[in-house]
Ligand binder design. Structure first.
Ligand code: AMP
Length: 402
C-alpha cells in the first residue's frame, strides 16, 4: 500500500506536488478546458487547509527542453487563482535561484506554481541532477499526475530520491482504487468493453482480463479485425490486415472459447460510402447469415442497430463494467450511434461499478453527457491502459510504501 496524502503531517512543510496541468489551449493561449486543474483541487485544498507551503509543478505541451513562451504555465496559475480561495504565486523557472526565492517567500497555506518542467531536457531524461534541483526546495513530494505516472521522469520518479517522504495524491489514489483494488474481486458479472482502432494496442489487456472478465464486448475498428479474422468480407473498413494481426485475433477468439467466456462481437456493422459528418449509412445483415458483408466500396464505421441493442442488454445485467475505446468513429456526426448506446447503457446501470478507462472513451462519455453518471472516469489514457495490463507505473512505484 502506497503512502497517501492523508497520511502526511504537512503543516509548515514545503510540499512539492506533481500535478497534470497539461490543459488544452486555443491558438491565442486561452485555456479551453480546465478540468485537469479542477481535478487537482482536492489535493491542493487538502494541503492548503493543513497549513503546508504548496509548490506545484507540471508539464504543458511538448517544449522538448526549450524555454518556449507558448508553453508557459503562467495562464494556468491565473486560472488556478480563480478556482481556489488563496492567492496563487508563479515562479518563472522550476529550478535555480528564481524557484528558490519564490519558495522562501511562500507562507504556510499558500500556493506556488513553478514554470513548465519540460523546459529542461533533464525532465523526460529523468536526469538525477535535474531531479535533485527540483527537490532542492522541498521536504515532501506528492504525485497527483496520473496521466504521466507511466513515465519515469524527473518530476514523477527521480525527485523521490531527494525528499523525506513521497506520497500519492487523491487523484492517483482514486485511480488505483478503481483500476486495481475494485477489480481484484469485481461484483459480477464483470463486463469488459473494448473498442477503438487496433487490436494490437489492446491485446495485452484483453489477455490479462481474460482471466477475470465474465464477458467481453468488442466494437470499433477492432471488431472489423476480428470479423476479418473470421473470414468475413469487410469492404474498405479500417482493420489490421496483416497475417500477424489475424493470428492474434484468432488466438483471442480461441482462448475465449476455451474459457467459455462470452466474447460479443457486433452482430451487425454500420457502413458508409463517404467518410464525413452526416454521411448516409446503412447496417449490414447479421454476421454469419448468408450474404452478409460490408460492400467492397464501403467502410464499416460503427456497430449496427442490432449490436447496439445486444450490447445494451449485456451492460444492463453487469455488476462491473470497464470501458476502453469507442464503438465507432464517434468524432463524426452519425457515426457515433454505437458509442452513445454503450455510454447510455453504462450510465443507466446504477447498481454496477462503471469505469471509463481514459482517452477517447472519456472524451466520448463527456461529449454525450454521461460523464457524471460513471463511478470513475480515468484521468490517464496510456497510464490507465498500462495499469490494466498489470504493469507497475514508475511514478507510483517510486512512492513510499506504508
Ligand atoms: P483508440 O485510440 O485505439 O481508442 O482508437 C480511437 C479511434 O478509433 C477513434 O479516433 C475512432 O474514430 C477510431 N475508430 C473507432 N471505430 C472505427 C472504425 N470502425 N473505423 C475507423 N476508425 C475507428
Amino acid at each position: 500500500m502506497k503512502l497517501s496524502i492523508k497520511d502526511l503531517s504537512p503543516a509548515g512543510k514545503r510540499v512539492l506536488m506533481r500535478v497534470d496541468f497539461n490543459v488544452p489551449q486555443d491558438k491565442e493561449g486561452a485555456i479551453t478546458d480546465d478540468s485537469r486543474i479542477q481535478g487537482a483541487l482536492p489535493s491542493i485544498q487538502h494541503l492548503v487547509d493543513a497549513g503546508a507551503k504548496v509548490i506545484l509543478m507540471s508539464h504543458l505541451g511538448r517544449p522538448d527542453g526549450e524555454k518556449n513562451p507558448k508553453d508557459s504555465l503562467k495562464p494556468v496559475a491565473d486560472r488556478l487563482g480563480e478556482l481556489i480561495s488563496v492567492p496563487v504565486k508563479f515562479a518563472g523557472d522550476c529550478i535555480g535561484d528564481e524557484a528558490a526565492a519564490a519558495v522562501v517567500d511562500l507562507n504556510n497555506g499558500e500556493v506556488l506554481l513553478l514554470e513548465n518542467v519540460r523546459f529542461y531536457a533533464g525532465e523526460t531524461n529523468n536526469d538525477p541532477e535535474f531531479a535533485k534541483q527540483l527537490a532542492a526546495n522541498a521536504d515532501i513530494f506528492v504525485n497527483d499526475a496520473f496521466g504521466t505516472a507511466h513515465r519515469a521522469h524527473a518530476s514523477t520518479a527521480g525527485v523521490t530520491d531527494h525528499v523525506e517522504q513521497s506520497a500519492m495524491g487523491f487523484l492517483i489514489e482514486k485511480e488505483l482504487e478503481y483500476l486495481v483494488d475494485k477489480l481484484e474481486v469485481p461484483p459480477r458479472p464483470f463486463v469488459v468493453i473494448m473498442g477503438g482502432a487496433k487490436v494490437s494496442d489492446k491485446i495485452k489487456i484483453l489477455e490479462r482480463l481474460m482471466e477475470k472478465a465474465d464477458a467481453f464486448i468488442i466494437g470499433g475498428a477492432m471488431a472489423n479485425t476480428f470479423r476479418l479474422a473470421q473470414g468475413y468480407d469487410m469492404g474498405k473498413s479500417f482493420a489490421e490486415r496483416t497475417d500477424e494481426a489475424m493470428e492474434m485475433a484468432r488466438g483471442i477468439l480461441a482462448t475465449a472459447e476455451k474459457n467459455n467466456t462470452p466474447f460479443h462481437l457486433p452482430a451487425d456493422t454500420r457502413h458508409t460510402l463517404d467518410f464525413c459528418d452526416d454521411a448516409e449509412t446503412e447496417c449490414t445483415g447479421i454476421w454469419g447469415e448468408e450474404g452478409t458483408a460490408v460492400p467492397a466500396d464501403r467502410e464499416g464505421i460503427d456497430i449496427g442497430d442490432v449490436a447496439c441493442k445486444d450490447f445494451a442488454e449485456v451492460i444492463a445485467s453487469a455488476g462491473t463494467v470497464i470501458w476502453n475505446g469507442p464503438m465507432g468513429v464517434f468524432e463524426k456526426r452519425g457515426f457515433d450511434i454505437g458509442t452513445k448506446a454503450v455510454g447510455k447503457a453504462m450510465a443507466e446501470n446504477e447498481k454496477a461499478i462503471t469505469i471509463v478507462g481514459g482517452g477517447d472513451s472519456v472524451t466520448a462519455a463527456n461529449q454525450f453527457g454521461f460523464g457524471d453518471k460513471m463511478d470513475h472516469m480515468s484521468t490517464g489514457g496510456g497510464a490507465s491502459l498500462e495499469l490494466l495490463e498489470g504493469k507497475e507505473l514508475p511514478g507510483i512505484a517510486a512512492l513510499d510504501n506504508k
